[in-house]
Design a binder for this molecule. Structure first.
Ligand code: ADP
Ligand code: MG
Length: 588
């Protein structure tokens, strides 16, 4: 058996014995429509008139049901008003206006002696003081209903009617109905049916203000959530697509790797490395840097951008710039590692250094030919004398010395032009300077310059370096000095300064203008007809690779001083001999 709707039960029970004013809060459309249909049927069955104030879509559905149950002339007893048009004018609920409208519609029918039932689905706009407007309207309705013995259902959508309004509506309606039940409202009191006093008004507007603030806060919050969600999405998209390698680790375990990281670090798919310890894929080859890196991470600190060599999972070694910063990943602290692959730049750099080296070697060749010619001439001369039986013992010593000199120059030249697979080793800086001096002395003399070296220290100064690279630096600097100077001095001074060795190359040449000074390290900046403009750039690179520094002071017309420093290496051996000839033999 079909259950009776609550409205049907109420109407049957009271059956015209009292005026009825129902506050109906509905939430299920189907049940709502059944209640409305029973209400209408009750009226139509008894020949009553019904003022049916209903939303368009509800009305259409209800009326199509009624068409199946009643002939058209019976349905004419229904006066339909569209909810929005009836209750709202320019989207506001106006109590006085709505009461008047109701009266205008009902009065003629009452005068004609009809019995009248009213069903209204009330629409609530979001407006100021809606509560007091509703209260006023419903009080007037309640009085009107009592006076004329009417049966009225005021229906409110339970989803959008705030609780504070619902509570108030319970005070102005005797009956409270839901989709399934009906009861007398415990809050209904005749006292409330006086018009609203000032105190009430204040109270209501307070409630409304708070409610409005809540709605605003809510809107702000949901906007903020939306923004956060969008930012989060954008952030991950950015990380994923950035053309820089990014890995995120949690307690040294990989939790994220972007596309570029998989490529640069030569990793298989992310799935295969997820959760594995990071050191399986990227291990710093340099023990000190590795320890520093791990210590920094373990101390919850950030690791500053540094150039490091990484041994990859497949065994290959690549150079990267590495920076590790703290971040947040899936509800926990994590570390985000940024890798910049320097391999292509390193290759270019190597090529440049080599090209400049060859260029210098080419330039040096002319000077060297000249240099070798002198001892050769004297050797030839003495050889002739000996051949013709005019030799003396001392000639052999001279020939020996000259041959040594030729050998020494040839050795230096070879070292510089040989394609080197250099390694870092401990070397005496003064020996290096001496050997470079040998190489350039002739060129200096051709221009009337004197190279004066001065070694100011007590113990031998040692640095850990790639020998040919450091030689290349000083060949560059001294060559520049020679080229800038005519008939002057070039002073080379080597000093100890704390944990550093300081080498200065001072000339009495043309000097460098301020404009030129700002640009001398730029690639291809040269003021020379046959210059490459790469010398200083490469010097800087090499000095940098050796953790050194370079300063320059220059005054036009007076001269230029380059000052270079390198960190000193403490040697376990007491000292290393500084005989340039002896050492140049070893370094072949
Ligand atoms: P290059 O020697 O091939 O010109 P460098 O990089 O070695 O290239 O030098 C760049 C420029 O810096 C030179 O052309 C010159 O103008 C200036 N310069 C370098 N060293 C000196 C110096 N000791 N005195 C005057 N100018 C110098
Ligand atoms: Mg140069």
């Amino acid at each position: 058996m079909e259950m009776m709707t609550p409205i049907q039960a109420l109407l049957n029970e009271k059956n015209g014995t009292e005026p009825i004013h129902v506050y109906y809060t509905f939430s299920e459309r189907e049940k709502y429509i059944k209640n409305a249909l029973d209400f209408l049927s009750y009226a139509l069955d008894r020949g009553y008139k019904v003022l049916f104030i209903e939303e368009e879509s509800f009305y259409e559905e209800i009326i199509s049901h009624l068409h199946m149950m009643y002939p058209n002339d019976v349905l004419e007893n229904i006066l339909h008003q569209e909810s929005k048009q009836f209750y709202l004018s320019s989207n506001r609920f106006n109590a006085e206006q709505n009461s008047t409208k109701l009266l205008t519609l009902i009065s003629p029918l009452l005068e004609e002696g009809h019995r009248i039932m009213i069903w209204g689905q009330v629409l609530l706009p979001s407006q100021d003081s809606i509560l007091s407007q509703l209260r006023t309207y419903e009080i007037q309705c309640d009085q009107f209903i009592a006076e004329h013995w009417l049966t009225t259902v005021c229906a409110y959508n339970g989803f959008i009617t705030p609780a504070y309004i619902q509570t108030d509506l319970l005070k102005t309606h005797k009956y409270f109905m839901t989709d399934d039940e009906v009861t007398i409202s415990g809050l209904y009191q005749r006292d409330y049916l006086q018009l609203i006093n000032e105190q009430d008004k204040d109270r209501m507007s307070n409630i409304e203000r708070e409610n409005k603030q809540l709605i605003l806060d809510n809107e702000k919050l949901s906007k903020a959530y939306e923004l956060i969600a969008r930012k989060k999405f954008e952030y991950w998209k950015l990380l994923q697509e950035l053309p820089i390698s990014i890995l995120i680790t949690k307690e040294h375990k990989v939790v994220f790797a972007n596309e570029k990281a998989l490529i640069d670090l030569e990793l298989p798919s992310f799935e295969e490395i997820k959760g594995e310890t990071v050191f399986n894929f990227i291990d710093l080859t340099n023990y000190t840097l590795r320890k520093q890196w791990i210590d920094t991470l373990d101390a919850n600190q950030e690791y500053d951008l540094k150039e490091v060599e990484l041994k990859l999972e497949n065994g290959s070694v690549k150079t990267f710039k590495l920076k590790s910063i703290r971040t947040w990943y899936k509800n926990g602290e994590a570390v985000l590692h940024v890798f910049i692959d320097l391999t292509p730049y390193k290759m270019l750099e190597k090529k440049m250094i080599r090209a400049e080296k060859l260029n210098i070697a080419g330039q040096l060749a002319a000077g060297i030919a000249h240099e070798i010619k002198n001892p050769l001439t004297s050797i030839k001369g003495f050889y002739k004398l000996i051949k013709h039986g005019m030799g003396k013992e001392s000639y052999y010593t001279i020939i020996d010395d000259e041959l040594d000199r030729i050998e020494q120059i040839a050795n230096e030249f070879l070292i510089l032009s040989k394609p080197h697979t250099d390694v870092f080793k401990v070397h005496s800086i003064s020996r290096i300077i001496e050997e470079v001096k040998t190489l350039l002395e002739t060129q200096a003399i051709i221009k009337g310059n004197d190279i004066i070296t001065s070694y100011q220290y007590e113990e031998e100064l040692l640095i850990t370096c790639e020998e040919t690279k450091i030689k290349q630096v000083f060949v560059n600097l001294i060559k520049n000095a020679i080229e800038a100077t005519s008939n002057g001095h070039i002073y080379i001074t080597v000093k100890k300064r704390d944990q550093f060795v300081e080498i200065s190359v001072k000339d009495e040449g043309c000097g460098i203008s301020d404009d030129a000074l700002a640009r001398i390290s730029e690639p291809f900046f040269t003021t020379k007809e046959k210059g490459t403009g790469l010398g200083l750039l490469i010097c800087d690179k090499i000095i940098d690779n050796h953790n050194g520094t370079r300063k320059i002071v220059s005054k036009e017309g007076i001269g230029t001083t380059f000052t270079i420093t390198f960190p000193l290496t403490k040697s376990p051996q007491p000292s290393i001999p500084v005989d340039p000839v002896l050492l140049s033999e070893q370094s072949i």
